[in-house]
Design a protein around this ligand. Structure first.
Ligand SMILES: O=C(O)c1cc(=O)[nH]c(=O)n1[C@@H]1O[C@H](COP(=O)(O)O)[C@@H](O)[C@H]1O
Length: 282
């Protein structure tokens, strides 16, 4: 039987910790790394981050937008980075933030989650702002293939608050915020799995759960991808307080604050960040 994504994630937490190293090849970082802002530069950058992460952390999250800037050559580079990361045994979360309805979103799911597909990853970020029911097809595919989804719920960017804290006035989640209703629907999916669920949510470490009406106990079966640490201001030391009884499920995601260490310093930066996280979650 295929191991569910949540069960695999629990094993990775145990063996390698909860740090997720973001692979975000910003043009300015490529310059600092002495690499060109072209497909070859991105490939080299991604492969070096994978090499530095293997053995020091368990999860990477390539930001697909930077690869997409270079069209098909960028995608070819991304395919190599994804394959190298998976071959190194890392959990790969493709940060694609896709979302649509029906057969369109089903095709997005197939692109990133089908075993053997060129862009195969272990999980993808996805938007359910067209309704959580709209992502049912990728959800079914993920469960069947041992893959995962991370559904945007309370994102780290400040301009999202007005929309994601808005209160629903219709449907079974009436009275809840948009973010809390997504968290609740995902919880219902995960509750049916024996282990940690395979559908995660994205909750920025820059937000306060209470402001979004999200109860930590509604997250106890759900992996939480938490970006916002480092460059966006959230502190690892505060993470346990932020997520309360759901802390055990938190993936601490950081990109620029680690990548800024450059090619010669990144391995030490990953080790230092992992050590800080282990201390903060002990
Ligand atoms: O889904 C994400 O990873 C994500 C969600 C969110 O709410 N906020 C957020 O910053 N992200 C991503 O996380 C990464 C954050 O990068 P740093 O701020 O450099 O650590 C970027 O790739 C963002 O696109």
């Amino acid at each position: 039987m295929t191991l569910g994504f949540g069960a695999r994630l629990s094993e990775v937490f145990e063996a390698s910790g909860r740090l997720c190293v973001g692979i975000d090849p910003h043009p300015y970082l490529l310059g600092e790394w002495d690499l060109a802002d072209d497909a070859d530069g991105l490939r080299e950058f991604g492969l070096r981050v994978v090499e530095a992460t293997a053995g020091r952390a368990g999860i990477v999250k390539p930001q697909v937008a930077f690869f997409e800037r270079h069209g098909s050559a960028g995608y070819a580079a991304l395919e190599q980075v994804l394959a190298a990361a998976r071959a190194a045994g890392l959990v790969v979360i493709a940060d694609v933030k896709r979302g649509d309805v029906g057969t369109s979103v089903e095709a997005y799911g197939q692109s990133w989650l089908t075993p053997g597909s060129p862009l195969e990853s272990d999980a993808m970020t996805i938007s359910a702002f067209q309704g959580v029911g709209s992502i049912e097809a990728p959800h079914r595919l993920a469960l069947a293939t041992g893959k995962g989804l991370f559904v945007l719920a309370a994102t780290s960017n400040p301009e999202a608050a007005a929309l994601q804290r808005a209160v629903l006035d219709t449907g079974p989640s009436a009275g809840k915020t948009v973010a809390a209703s997504i968290v609740g629907d995902v919880h219902d999916w995960n509750f049916e799995e024996a282990s940690l669920g395979s559908t995660g949510v994205v909750i920025g470490a820059t937000v306060s759960l209470g402001d979004y009406g999200i109860e930590p106990r509604s997250l106890t079966a759900t992996p939480i991808l938490a970006p916002g640490f480092g460059h966006q201001g959230a502190r690892v030391a505060d993470a346990r307080m932020l997520f309360g009884e759901a802390s055990a499920n938190v993936i601490v995601s950081a990109s620029r604050s680690i990548l800024a260490a450059g090619p010669s310093g990144i391995a030490d930066a990953i080790t230092a960040q992992s050590t800080e996280i282990r201390g903060a979650f002990a």
